[in-house]
Design a protein around this ligand. Structure first.
Ligand code: ADP
Ligand code: MG
Length: 296
């Protein structure tokens, strides 16, 4: 009888699709006998190997699906280089609670301060928690939606943006959207809001400037902000570009700025950077920093 069951074990594992357990069955059985494991210890050990491999595959698939431009982790982020940032706040976000709460996270700040790094790192954590993530820049998303609409498959494209547990929209405001693009991006934001699904956004523009991003449509911009900020953590990062800081520390001259002159911390309202150029001062009344928007 027991021999028959032993012979059946492999076939049963195969039928159940437990391929890793099947692969290790003989070796784990021998180890169990040699070390006098209890039956439940043996079974737990065998199944744990299967589960670990499944988790690894899920995470690898999630990371592949997410399409991060560069894989960045929180462990690689140097908090000492960014004293304006409250590490406890980032650590809280790293628990992933914002996902189940459908809370958005918005990183604001000048170029180079680590917004995309942190947004990606939260995305990687989400993948590791077993969830789907989709990373896109605002412009890429707007272009894909416009194309999809022209090809009569807007619904499917919107679904791609509303299904993942987390959608990361990078670089909102680097380039202004036109009116049809603005309406489409608004739709995607609205759909996620309705479903209580989290978004992570990065922007170099303060909220008061969002009208420009949405083709000058202030009504649309404020409707988008209303949804985004309803449940939201806004992380204002001030200070110097990390790359420029590294160049300076290496004794290299600053890079020429694309708009002429020398790259300097760009304008983001709400920032109190000591080195902010005077010309960059803007109305900061509408920008909430770090914890202020929590629980609105
Ligand atoms: P932003 O999106 O704010 O323009 P990025 O996140 O793209 O900035 O950062 C620019 C580069 O500098 C990236 O390679 C990023 O990993 C790195 N970087 C920025 N801030 C830090 C930091 N505090 N610690 C480690 N690397 C950083
Ligand atoms: Mg960026």
């Amino acid at each position: 009888m027991s021999l028959a069951y032993a012979a059946q074990a492999s076939a049963a594992l195969e039928q159940l699709g437990l391929s890793v357990a099947l692969l290790h069955l003989d070796q784990v059985s021998q180890q169990a006998a040699a070390e006098s494991w209890s039956y439940s210890h043996f079974l737990g050990y065998l199944l744990d190997g299967e589960l670990q491999e499944r988790r690894r595959k899920t995470v690898a698939l999630n990371l592949q699906f997410a399409g991060f431009p560069v894989l960045k982790r929180l462990a690689e982020f140097d908090f000492a280089a960014q004293p304006s940032l409250d590490q406890r706040l980032i650590d809280e976000l790293a628990t992933g609670r914002f996902l189940s709460e459908g809370r958005n996270v918005i990183f604001l700040g000048p170029p180079g301060v680590g917004k995309t790094h942190l947004a990606t790192a939260l995305g990687v954590i989400t993948c590791e928690l077993g969830h789907r993530v989709y990373f896109t820049s605002a412009l890429e998303m707007a272009r894909k939606l416009t194309k999809a609409m022209a090809e009569n498959r807007l619904h499917r494209e919107l679904n791609k943006l509303t299904h993942p547990k987390l959608l990361i929209i990078d670089e909102i405001g680097y380039l202004a959207l036109d009116a049809p693009q603005s309406a489409l991006v608004f739709q995607a934001i609205g759909k996620r809001y309705e479903r209580g699904l989290a978004l992570v956004l990065t922007s170099n523009k303060s909220f008061v400037d969002w009208g420009h991003i949405f083709a000058g449509d202030l009504v649309l911009a404020s409707a988008a902000l209303d949804r985004l900020l309803h449940r939201c953590t806004v992380v204002n990062i001030r200070g110097d570009s990390y790359r420029l800081r590294e160049r300076r520390q290496a004794g290299l001259p600053a890079l020429p700025h694309p708009t002429g002159g020398v790259a300097a911390p760009a304008a983001v309202a709400g920032g109190r950077s000591r080195e902010r150029p005077a010309a960059a001062t803007r109305d900061s009344s509408n920008v909430m920093s770090q914890n202020e928007s929590e629980g609105r």
